[in-house]
Design a protein around this ligand. Structure first.
Ligand code: URA
Length: 187
């Protein structure tokens, strides 16, 4: 198993897909490396590309607010993306870009060994839960894979565009809080 420095160095130098040619920074991921909960988005936007940190734009501000509702923060969960470099004009990451990049996330998951992975939006859910995952129908539902609990929520950008989805996301957050409590009770 690759260790953190080796993994991060390789990721920061990565040229496995075309996105390296337009990136300003690789957005590796942030948070404690022993976090119980990981949040996975799809890929960096403009501000994230500028700062080298995930979810620092408007969607990130909303994510921070959502985390604080259930007493989570960047101090106690790990935040990363399916692709580590910004797709031009914030388009969806292409299949081959996801394929080229997913190994870094898989190594991060192996090293962190989270108990819970929350997929933010369709791209993360179809990549990490099931290729035919339907976010509108299946958000908030739990699946266990290899000892890790997975759940998907609407992407914070979707919640900025369509506030009518927010009550459902609130319910998903409550469900996440319950799952975290149940897991802690078992430790
Ligand atoms: N959207 C994402 O999916 N990830 C980020 O880091 C920022 C916005």
């Amino acid at each position: 198993m690759q260790e953190w420095t080796e993994l991060e160095d390789a990721c920061l130098r990565c040229e496995k897909c075309g996105l390296w040619t337009t990136r300003r920074n690789v957005v590796f991921g942030v948070g404690p490396r022993d976090a119980d909960v990981m949040f996975i988005g799809e890929g960096p936007g403009e501000l994230e590309d500028m700062r080298g940190e995930p979810f620092v734009g408007p969607a990130g501000k909303l994510l921070d607010d959502m985390l604080s509702i259930i007493d989570l923060s960047r101090e106690n969960c790990y935040i990363a993306n399916i692709v580590k470099c910004r797709p031009p004009r914030n388009r969806d990451p292409l299949e081959e870009e996801q394929e080229a990049c997913i190994g870094y996330l898989r190594q991060q998951v192996k090293l962190i060994r989270p108990k819970i992975i929350v997929c933010l939006g369709r791209i993360a859910a179809t990549r990490l839960i099931r290729p035919d995952f339907r976010i509108t129908r299946e958000h908030g539902k739990w699946t266990s894979k290899n000892g890790v609990w997975f759940m998907a929520m609407y992407h914070p950008s979707a919640l900025l565009r369509d506030v009518s989805k927010r009550p459902e996301s609130f319910d998903d957050l409550m469900s996440l809080r319950t799952m975290i409590r149940n897991i802690k009770a078992k430790i």
